[in-house]
Design a protein around this ligand. Sequence first.
Ligand code: NAG
Ligand code: NAG
Ligand code: NAG
Ligand code: NAG
Ligand code: NAG
Ligand code: NAG
Ligand code: NAG
Ligand code: NAG
Length: 641
Amino acid sequence: MFESYAHLLIITFILWCSKQACAQLLQWKLISEHSLMQPRYGHQAFAFANTTEPAKIFIYGGKQGDGVILNGIIEVDTQTLQVKTMATYPTVIQGKAFAAGTGMEGVYVTFGGINQSFVLVNDLHVLDSKHFPSLFSNENSVIQQSKPYNNVQLFEAFPGVPSIQGMASTIDPNTQVVYFIGGQTDIREQGQLAKYSSCIFGYSILDKTWFLASSSKNCYAQPPEAPGPRAYATAFAYKGNIYYFGGSVIRLNQSIQPEPLINFYNDLWRFNLQTGLWKQLKLSGVQPLPRDGHTATIRGSKVYIFGGRTCQNPEKASNCSIKTLTFLKDLWSLDLENCTLSEHRCSWTEHQAKNSSVGAPVARAFHQAVALQSSSEYEWDDIWIIAGVSSAHDGGILGDIWTLRFPPNPDAPAQVNIMSAADSQNEYIYTAFRLDHLLPINFTNEINAIFKSYLAQLLSNAGIITQEIELVVVKKATSAKNESTLAIYAAIVDLRQTYIAVDTLKSAPLDPLQQLSNVPEITLLQVGSGELGTFEQTLEMEPSHPSSLSVTIIVVIVVVSVLGFVLITAVAAIVFWKMSSKQKTKNANHPTSDDDAQLSKIAHKNTQRLAYSIDRMDTTTIDNNNNIEKDDEIQPAPEHS
Ligand SMILES: *[C@@H]1O[C@H](CO)[C@@H](O)[C@H](O)[C@H]1NC(C)=O
Ligand SMILES: *[C@@H]1O[C@H](CO)[C@@H](O)[C@H](O)[C@H]1NC(C)=O
Ligand SMILES: *[C@@H]1O[C@H](CO)[C@@H](O)[C@H](O)[C@H]1NC(C)=O
Ligand SMILES: *[C@@H]1O[C@H](CO)[C@@H](O)[C@H](O)[C@H]1NC(C)=O
Ligand SMILES: *[C@@H]1O[C@H](CO)[C@@H](O)[C@H](O)[C@H]1NC(C)=O
Ligand SMILES: *[C@@H]1O[C@H](CO)[C@@H](O)[C@H](O)[C@H]1NC(C)=O
Ligand SMILES: *[C@@H]1O[C@H](CO)[C@@H](O)[C@H](O)[C@H]1NC(C)=O
Ligand SMILES: *[C@@H]1O[C@H](CO)[C@@H](O)[C@H](O)[C@H]1NC(C)=O
């Protein structure tokens, strides 16, 4: 009976999700309109995280409105939003614009670009956070600049790596090799034709060596079966392949047309790192417009494309007058796992992110996007969008910072630890807490341990023998500054002590817990006993949770319309069964003489399915409790993909 009910709940949830807000699950949040930093475009941005401290975003270089290239590195504390300029040693790191850069696990590599004398350079900077123990402390951090790799300017003379701007870059996490693709190898002056590269250079962080990854050594030529030379494209590595999207080439032929013409691309290519071969992916469905200067941000198994430049007239995207450029603010994703499995499954999805109370980021190009890596499997990241250039603003240069909020990932395991019920005849005591204003970065094992030992101590003080206290599920609702976490702890206690245990937990003083764990706000949501399913139901049915109720109501509607009268009877039976099972639990709370008989009645359960229901339950629970900030509204349903 319970199984069929759970199935219905799952099915109806999916129906409800696809019909309602699922297209609107992402949401913009304005972090700073300006003043955090000087407006800029063509800059670099990257994040360093540390499991105990909030991540920091570093912003480097870029061009100002007057064309001046900015010096130094700015750091933004993602929690306090404090901004400071990093001290660099031995000298201030010379600012660059249109450099390429990427990194992982606290190492960032940036290469090329234009320096402050407007000269193309081939400097390589490797920023390794391991060498900066004070990075997350409040002292000023010092970053060292590597020596320029070499001064070889000659392009064809591989292994000399050229000076280049507008390369796409990505890192293969398995080998820690950074790949730099394409780019423009000279600065286009009035009336000059730019030179574009089609080559892929690899730089191994571990070996500190460069190599040419693409097969053709003539980087200027159009290689067979490969993307042509171009600049300002994006690259993203996933499971042994590098994907390459978009970009542009400026052509000038004054005998035809006095102004330069831009050819924008929206083709998607895949470079197999093992075979060194390119393949163009022919995707079905709607494609993003051709563009350059966009960002591609990998978040889990998906890549998100945001913004860029294109042609006002989409039909002229391959032959666009430089006077008819326009900027984009659209958001697309590609499921790279699907693309790995099969080309037929690989297709673009456009997303409509919900506005914040002050709207959404304006269209832009040459901005930066950073995905914050979460420090544990049950936490997730926002994508930060930083500055850029836009036609829609005075002067066009932006200094704003936004985050793109994601709903809880339905694929992420919600449960940290589910007690195995199959071989246990014991009853569980469940305690649900909501922890507010907690950032994902600091929901640590430490807090978990503090909660567990506090609950164990509490029960032990009341003379209750607990076999085990487990964290059953933890789920977060995110909002740029304040986090809400639902944590459910389960204890196995002797059935005869259930009543006292529940009472003890219900009256648990939360102040000491708050002090011990340093969590600003803790709310005890529910204490229950019996089956996890029963407990979940009581949380769902709380009158203060309208969206949970709407799910429940839809269960009935779907049952009536699809399955008719027979199932109404079934539902009635389920409801009756639920009520009787609740009755059972209630009885179990009181010490009775036939405890042993009660014990044997506790049904075994399918932990998988229960975990799923809990997942739904706590998502909606948090949604409705998290009314800290209107702007921070969290959408109830998981991202639909
Ligand atoms: C820019 O690079 C060129 C060539 O390497 C160099 O001569 C010049 O001093 C650099 N300018 C700055 C401001 O670093
Ligand atoms: C994070 O940074 C802080 C402050 O620099 C340091 O004390 C701590 O050890 C770091 N944690 C990890 C896991 O590296
Ligand atoms: C410019 O256009 C003319 C006329 O189509 C053509 O003959 C010439 O080759 C073009 N020049 C270049 C550099 O493409
Ligand atoms: C590109 O546009 C120019 C004028 O805007 C036109 O003269 C030229 O024929 C076009 N070329 C192609 C290949 O469409
Ligand atoms: C991934 O593939 C599955 C199975 O074909 C499909 O249901 C799903 O929609 C795909 N995801 C995306 C984002 O295209
Ligand atoms: C979102 O905000 C933008 C301005 O930032 C506005 O143009 C747009 O109409 C808004 N969309 C909705 C659905 O409110
Ligand atoms: C986060 O929570 C704290 C503590 O309740 C509150 O003072 C602050 O205004 C909140 N910040 C946001 C952005 O809601
Ligand atoms: C989480 O981070 C906030 C902000 O730094 C801090 O006030 C709080 O004490 C941290 N919580 C824990 C448990 O470390």
